[in-house]
Design a binder for this molecule. Structure first.
Ligand code: PLP
Length: 383
């Protein structure tokens, strides 16, 4: 399906509903391009299947569909060449909930946890919430292309205080789809210093042309050290349903995780919330491929129009662009400046890492029309 057809068919005007993104847009009179969800509804077959479930009226206790695990594992095998065994898979209510449970069950109070910044803020907040210590390694920025600082990472691992590394792959907000070699080098370091890896892969379905997503667990040598968190929530905009997978091949770690879930009564899967994920993996593949093309067109448009004025990330994965507003913001906090001067709502770079106050994160999962409006506004403030 071409991008125009996709947009006509699936774009939803969310201006009047309960959307967090658009309600704030309405209140401020701004075009909302913050938060990470989409302005597109899912494939019509997914919506029909959900309607059928609702209309039937059978809302008693329910199991997952019998082929749920096959549909989920085949998706990852087919698209990313990774094999997940059914018994490795547990569930959480969303990715951040999964991160929280992984930290709580597999580390101890005051253990160090490593993150690479700039990074989606709830990672740091959750580590602190769990009373663990945050170790932050700044990524190296080469004109908007961010990479791991292995030397700095090793220096931190060498302290012996770090028990876990929280990886974000693809990485929000810098849009990187890490190469196999980059991940191997990172995992080798973690292995050497006996550090577990928790890989949040919720953006793994939004991959730009010519990029190949490498799931952490496809690097089999380190599988015993790895926990993967993955969901369809970003891929198909299902955030409201709060359904996520926590994949743990190492039996000892998995048993600890399961014991924690039993103890806290949080492990039982919500079969209703799982349905949109199930139907999306079943019927949504063509839709997703089209969506990726739409995001890429939006990215190319913004890059071509603004690239000579603004430093910005090379979008390899996710629909989130990180853009440096300096010097056009005249030393003012960039997100606030864009809200006032451009009537544009974006995420404040400073929340992703110290020193990124002139950066903003822009959500490109919307119509090209909205991207054009935002681009025009950003062009107007060029100094
Ligand atoms: C990397 C990453 N992890 C987790 C989340 C939040 O997921 P959830 O709403 O399932 O907790 C987001 C949302 O933007 C994200 O970008």
């Amino acid at each position: 399906m071409n991008n125009k057809t996709f947009t006509v068919k699936y774009y939803i005007a969310r201006t009047k509903g309960t959307s967090v993104k658009w309600q704030r847009g309405r209140k401020t009179g701004c075009l909302p391009m913050w938060i990470a969800d989409m302005d597109f509804k899912g494939d019509e077959r997914v919506i029909e299947a959900l309607q059928d479930f609702i209309v039937q009226g059978d809302y008693g206790y329910a199991n997952l569909p019998e082929d749920y695990y096959d549909v989920f594992t085949n998706w990852h095998k087919r698209r990313n060449d990774v094999v997940y065994k059914n018994e490795w898979i547990r569930f959480s209510q969303g990715a951040v909930d999964g991160i929280f449970q992984v930290i709580y069950s597999l580390t101890e109070e005051n253990d160090g946890i490593l993150i690479c910044t700039p990074l989606y803020p709830p990672f740091k907040a959750t580590i602190k919430e769990c009373k663990r210590k945050v170790y932050e390694s700044k990524m190296i920025n080469d004109d908007g292309y961010f990479t791991f600082d292995y030397k700095d990472i090793e220096k931190k691992l060498k302290t012996g205080k770090i028990r876990m590394m929280m990886l974000c792959s693809p990485h929000n907000p810098i849009g990187r789809v890490f190469k196999r070699g980059e991940l191997e080098e990172l995992f080798e370091l973690c292995h050497r210093y006996k550090v577990l890896i928790c890989s949040d892969e919720v953006h793994s379905d939004i991959i730009m042309p010519d990029q190949k997503f490498v799931p952490a667990l496809s690097i089999k040598k380190y599988a015993n050290d790895i926990i993967t968190i993955t969901a369809a929530s970003k891929s198909f905009s299902l955030a409201v349903f709060k359904h996520c997978h926590v994949i743990i091949p190492n039996k000892k770690l998995r048993d600890r995780f399961i014991a924690y879930q039993r103890h806290t009564h949080v492990g039982s899967v919500n079969a209703f919330n799982a349905l949109p994920t199930y139907y999306s993996y079943k019927y949504g593949e063509e839709w997703l491929d089209s969506l990726n093309n739409v995001v890429f067109e939006n990215y190319e448009y913004m890059r071509d129009q603004l690239g000579k004025y603004y430093e910005m990330t090379t979008l390899e994965g996710s629909y989130l662009l990180f853009l440096n507003v300096a010097p056009h913001n005249g030393d003012k906090p960039a997100a606030k400046y864009l809200q006032e001067e451009c009537k544009l709502l974006v995420n404040d770079g400073e929340t992703f890492g110290k020193g990124y106050g002139s950066w903003v994160r822009i959500n490109l999962a919307t119509s090209l029309n909205n991207v054009k409006k935002a681009t025009r506004a950003l062009k107007k403030i060029v100094r």
